[in-house]
Design a protein around this ligand. Sequence first.
Ligand SMILES: Nc1nc(=O)c2c([nH]1)NC[C@@H]1CN(c3ccc(C(=O)N[C@@H](CCC(=O)O)C(=O)O)cc3)CN21
Ligand SMILES: O=c1ccn([C@H]2C[C@H](O)[C@@H](COP(=O)(O)O)O2)c(=O)[nH]1
Length: 298
Amino acid sequence: MRHPEYQYLDLLEQVLDRGDQRLDRTGVGTRSVFGALVRFDLSDGTVPVLTTKRVYWKLAVKEMLWFLTGGTNIQPLLRENVRIWTDWPLAAYRRATGEDISQEAFERRIVEDDAFAARWGELGPVYGKQWRRWLGVDGAEHDQIAALVKTLRENPASRRMLFHAWNVGELAGMALPPCHMVYQYHVTSDGRLNCLLYQRSADLLLGAPFNFVGAAALQLMLAQQAGLRPGELVWVGGDVHLYLNHVEQAREQLAREPRPFPRMTLARHARSIDDYRIEDFVLEDYAPHPPIKADVAV
Ligand SMILES: Nc1nc(=O)c2c([nH]1)NC[C@@H]1CN(c3ccc(C(=O)N[C@@H](CCC(=O)O)C(=O)O)cc3)CN21
Ligand SMILES: O=c1ccn([C@H]2C[C@H](O)[C@@H](COP(=O)(O)O)O2)c(=O)[nH]1
C-alpha cells in the first residue's frame, strides 16, 4: 500500500502546481484549492504525525489539551512553552499601544504578570469557550465535550455526536474565527471510534500537520474514555492553501520520501476527559526528516 502520508504530499503538490493564486486576508498571498479529503487509519496504533519534516507534535497535543480546559488566554500555553498563538495578541498589543515590544518581552510579561495577561493575552471566545461553555439562547452554558463523551458511552449508534465552534453570534469577539470547526464522531459495530474533522481554512504547510496531530490525540482520549478503540480519522478541508512564502519549503518537503508513521499510546487510563496531561502521550518510532522552517502569516 502507498504510504498514507502521500495523501498530504499529493494535496500539497496539487495546491502548489494547480492552486488558484490570489491575495488573502494576511496580505501574503496564497495558492488554494477548494475541497479536499484525506483519511488516516489509527486502528493499527499509528497516528498521522508527518515524517517528511519534523512535526513538533507535543506542541499540537498541548494546544489540544489547552482547548479542552476551556481556556482562551495564551498564558497557560506560554507556560507550557507553546508560542504558536502569540502573534495575534502581540499584533493587537502593538496596534493599541504603538509600543515596539519584542515577541520575547511580550511573552515574558504575559507569563509573569497576571493582570497584563488578563488584558492582553485573551483571544476572545475561541475554541475552548465554544467547546466547553457554548452560551445557548436558553441562557445556559453547554459543555459539548462532556455531552459527547456521555453519548459515546451511552448511545454510540447516535448520528448526533459532534461539537462545533462556529458560534455565529460570538465570531466578532474572536481573535480568529475557528478553522477546525466541526468534529463529528462515529462508532462502528465492533467498537472503533471514527472522527471526521471539517476545517474551513487550512494553512497546508504549518497548520494542517498540527491539526492532524491534535485531532488524532483527541480521538485517542475520547476512545479511552468511552471504552473504544481508535478507528479512522477523516479530514475535510475547505479552502486548502499554501502561502506564497511557503513555496520553497513545500518543494523541499515534496522531494522527501515518507517514513513509517509513529505509534501513539496513552500511558495510563485517565479518570475523565479533563484529566489528561502531556506526559500521558507516548510517541514511539518517530524518525522524521529534518524540520522545515517557515513564517506564519498573521
Ligand atoms: N496563517 C496561520 N496558519 C496557522 O496554521 C494558524 C494561524 N494562522 N493562526 C492560528 C493558529 C496558530 N497555528 C500555528 C501557528 C504557528 C505554527 C508554527 O510556526 N509552527 C512551526 C513550529 C513552531 C514552534 O516551534 O514554535 C512548525 O514548524 O510547525 C503552527 C501553527 C495554527 N493556526
Ligand atoms: O488550526 C488552525 C488554525 C488556523 N489555520 C490557518 C488557516 C488560515 O491560513 C489561517 C486563518 O485565516 P482565515 O482568514 O481566518 O481563514 O490560519 C490552520 O490551518 N489551522
